[in-house]
Design a binder for this molecule. Structure first.
Ligand SMILES: [Fe+2]
Ligand SMILES: [Fe+2]
Length: 458
């Protein structure tokens, strides 16, 4: 069902966009309306219900009490419309027809929608003769404003049911972080409570599907690499923290700090942040100020913990106390901050940047280990043993030329458990024929990993 809801959200948004460009009877507008009718009917018949209600809570789509992942980017138009209409969602009724949807599109294309409250919006729909689409009250349970309740909303999203693909999850988290950075840049505050619930969700997902999450780790960022970087740092840090058996409190903090650690960069002008040439001394100082600036932004937000702040503030402080901001010699760092620093550097080295290719983990480790005093020795050792030279989610080629995705690291650093995705001739296997292998089993003793395939998915 979620699949149909997803599609309808996207079609409604696309239909609205096209109605803005074309007249009401344009074939494109017609075809979007017709597709929506077909899908809605499919929904009504298979569900035996009279209404399909798409709710909007706190800027996200909700269906049947659960977050709908996926369409939040394409669906922005529909979310904005709900705001304009002062409503909390759209109900498609059984019997919905192309005519009604087109009238609905007509309203959305108005230059100024004359609506001050929900009753006005309902009257407007009625005046236009829209019968089979109605609009609902704004959801007032305030469920998304407190951590506990918000957590529940995320909990309701059963992994593997409404969540067809981890790319959706990655996109949602990515959306959240990019919104947070946008808000910080605009000076409108950052929703730390939401960062917590996102971290909580990541924690759950990473527990079982870390490899799936990490597959998306090498996604290149289109405009700002800070956002993707933050999501990846948070994922890595949660994974390593989980493996070390840290308690939930520390894990949530490292998630929040990972997602928001570079938030101070949001207030640095792009001319400096993305400058190609050499930075002046002043510019360099501005960049070095981002941990402090970030902590300052976080300090003003509701629900921020001391640990979140400390981690953000201290993520560029080295084990030997060098780095920035300046710290007194006696300062003690919390392991959360120290782990964040390790993940931050590892991510930066292994990610693609406009000015450099991705380094293999092994190369990153040797750079990190050669930088004496940079990292907490115990933590970096733990990190290497858990992320290894073939991190979960990466693809490797075996000596017999099969290709597999690393699903799990084992006690042997270069012999991970794999999902074989291409056979010996290198031919991709379809989803049903893919299979798992454990390289530490006797029957596999003659095969080994030959090469890490960094660009395999591209
Ligand atoms: Fe940073
Ligand atoms: Fe960073």
């Amino acid at each position: 069902m979620v699949d149909i809801v997803n599609k309808i959200i996207i079609l409604l948004s696309k239909g609205m966009a096209n109605r803005k460009l074309y007249f009401s009877d344009h074939p494109r507008v017609d075809s979007y309306a017709a597709e929506i009718v077909d899908l809605a009917n499919e929904f009504f018949y298979s569900n035996n219900s009279r209404q399909l209600y798409i709710g909007i809570v706190d800027g996200f789509f909700v269906y049947d009490g659960k977050r709908v992942f996926g369409p939040s980017v394409t669906g922005k138009r529909l979310i904005a419309l709900a705001k304009t209409l002062h409503c909390g969602g759209f109900g498609l009724q059984r019997g919905i027809n192309v005519g009604d949807i087109k009238k609905f599109f007509d309203i959305t294309a108005l230059k100024n929608i004359p609506v001050k409250k929900l009753a006005d919006a309902r009257a407007l729909l009625k005046n236009y003769g829209v019968v089979t689409i109605n609009i609902g009250d704004i959801y007032t349970d305030n469920a998304l404003s407190s951590v506990g309740a918000h957590g529940k909303v995320w909990e309701g999203q059963v992994v593997g049911k409404g969540l067809e693909s981890p790319s959706f999850m990655y996109q949602e988290i990515y959306d959240f972080v990019s919104k947070a950075y946008g808000n910080a840049a605009a000076g409108t505050g950052v929703n730390v409570e939401q960062a917590k619930s996102v971290s909580e969700f990541m924690l759950k997902y990473i527990q079982t599907n870390f490899a799936d999450v990490m597959q998306y780790v090498h996604y290149p960022d289109n405009d700002s690499y800070t956002v993707g970087h933050s999501v990846r740092v948070a994922s890595l840090a949660i994974y390593v923290g989980l493996k070390m058996g840290w308690d939930d409190n520390d894990l949530l903090s490292i998630g929040v700090a990972g997602l928001l650690h570079d938030i101070g960069k949001a207030v640095i002008p792009d001319e400096i942040l993305l400058k190609k040439g050499k930075l002046t001394k002043e510019e360099f100082e501005i960049i070095r100020d981002h941990p402090r600036a970030g902590a300052e932004i976080l300090m003003e937000q509701k629900g921020v913990s001391e640990l979140d702040l400390a981690a953000c503030w201290g993520h560029h402080i080295r084990y030997d106390g060098a780095g920035y901001p300046d710290v007194p010699l006696w300062a003690v760092r919390h392991p959360v901050t120290a782990l964040l620093q390790v993940c931050d550097v590892f991510e930066a080295l292994t990610a693609v940047r406009p000015y450099k290719p991705a380094l293999e983990p092994q190369v990153a480790y040797s750079i990190m280990l050669n930088d004496k005093g940079a990292f907490h020795p115990g933590l970096i050792a733990a990190f290497i043993s858990m992320v290894t030279v073939y991190p979960p989610g990466t693809y490797v080629r075996l000596t017999d030329k099969r290709v597999g995705m690393v699903v799990e690291v084992t006690e042997v650093i270069d012999r991970p458990n794999l999902l074989v995705t291409a056979g010996e001739g290198g031919y991709p296997l379809d989803a049903d024929s893919q299979y798992y292998i454990n390289l530490n089993e006797v029957e596999n003793k003659d095969v080994a990993v030959e090469k890490l395939l960094l660009d395999y998915l591209d």
